[in-house]
Design a binder for this molecule. Structure first.
Ligand SMILES: NC(=O)c1ccc[n+]([C@@H]2O[C@H](COP(=O)([O-])OP(=O)(O)OC[C@H]3O[C@@H](n4cnc5c(N)ncnc54)[C@H](OP(=O)(O)O)[C@@H]3O)[C@@H](O)[C@H]2O)c1
Length: 293
């Protein structure tokens, strides 16, 4: 089996999630990681043993496609550079409406000009979620839609813990035990030099937390914890004269980064080696993206 060799461009949350998803995809291989020069200089070695980490994609051998995982504002420029170098790409940038259209138009223009394949919109939102919403509207043409985004449903910030010296941020969640009691977990991200034991004693001894058994747990990155606990509720409820009215509801608890990584790998698989021009990702296959001509 010839494995598709993919490069990850940008070693942030999505880049790491793509590398993780690649570990579970035997038909795909992580050919290398491309990082900015200053990030490369600060890191002593490649973040993954045996995988080259370089400053430019041209330093990697025999790449089949690049997964564009750089920050949104940098995505248009990096996409342009990749396409000009005739590197096939898969992208998912989350940009505001007008900027996203311009970004996709530019990719369509360059992919056609340089006769190289590119996939846009291979992510959760933008990407798959708007497609699911369109499907709901197609099936229930007369009705109303509602999308409720939940950020860290079970988690909430707690000033009582965040005001403790040595704590950069804290999130709290109360979970019900099987025996009916409640247990409180306080996740803390320590500031530089913060002493976990002192922080733990102060929080666990705070009268505000005396009502339930409270456990303090250190985490490296509070933002990542919130991200993991993201959810969305998509509702389409039929209305109009007569009945019964159809309804469609999608309730999802998800990590949008992990979902996006899986969708990017699927997009890379779907992009045939002979495909030219820009394509929009759908889980049922790629569809041509109409560019500005
Ligand atoms: N469609 C979706 O549902 C969805 C979901 C999640 C993310 N995304 C998109 O995925 C991309 C990455 O998101 P993320 O959460 O992984 O971001 P992130 O954690 O902020 O990481 C992005 C990486 O981009 C690189 N970078 C930073 N500044 C740069 C610059 N000026 N020029 C070039 N590269 C730069 C850095 O990598 P190095 O240090 O290695 O250079 C950084 O780690 C974004 O475009 C985001 O919109 C889309």
């Amino acid at each position: 089996m010839t494995r598709l060799r993919l490069a990850v461009i940008g070693w942030g949350r999505l880049g790491k999630a793509c590398a993780e998803a690649l570990r579970d995809a035997p038909e795909l291989a992580l050919a290398g990681i491309v990082r900015r020069a200053d990030a490369l200089g600060a890191a002593s070695s490649s973040p993954i043993r045996g995988v080259p980490c370089v400053g430019h994609v041209s330093e990697l051998e025999a790449i089949d496609a690049a997964l564009l995982c750089v920050r949104s504002e940098a995505a248009p420029g990096v996409a342009r550079e990749l396409l000009q170098s005739r590197v096939r790409l898969v992208e998912c940038a989350d940009l505001a409406d007008g900027a996203l259209r311009a970004h996709h138009d530019e990719i369509a223009h360059l992919a056609k000009r340089y006769r190289v394949g590119a996939v846009v919109g291979a992510g959760w939102d933008p990407g798959l979620l708007p497609q699911l919403q369109r499907l709901f509207e197609l099936l229930i043409p007369k009705g109303h839609s509602q999308v409720t985004r939940r950020v860290g449903t079970a988690l909430h910030h707690t000033a009582a813990a965040e005001n403790v010296a040595g704590v950069r941020g804290a999130l709290c969640s109360e979970l019900r035990d099987p025996d009916g009691g409640t247990h409180r977990y306080v996740y803390v991200e320590l500031s530089r030099g913060g002493d976990l034991e002192r922080v733990r004693q102060q929080i666990e001894g705070d009268p505000l937390f005396a009502d339930e058994p409270t456990q303090v747990l250190p985490v490296d990155d509070l933002a990542a914890l919130e991200q993991e606990n993201r959810g969305v509720l998509v509702e389409r409820l039929g209305d109009g004269v007569g009945g019964p009215h159809a309804s469609l509801i999608l309730e999802a608890r998800l990590d949008p980064i992990a979902f996006t990584a899986r969708l990017m790998l699927d997009a890379a698989r779907s992009l045939s080696p002979h495909a030219r021009g820009a394509w929009r990702y759908t889980p049922c296959g790629l569809v041509p993206l109409d560019g500005p001509g």
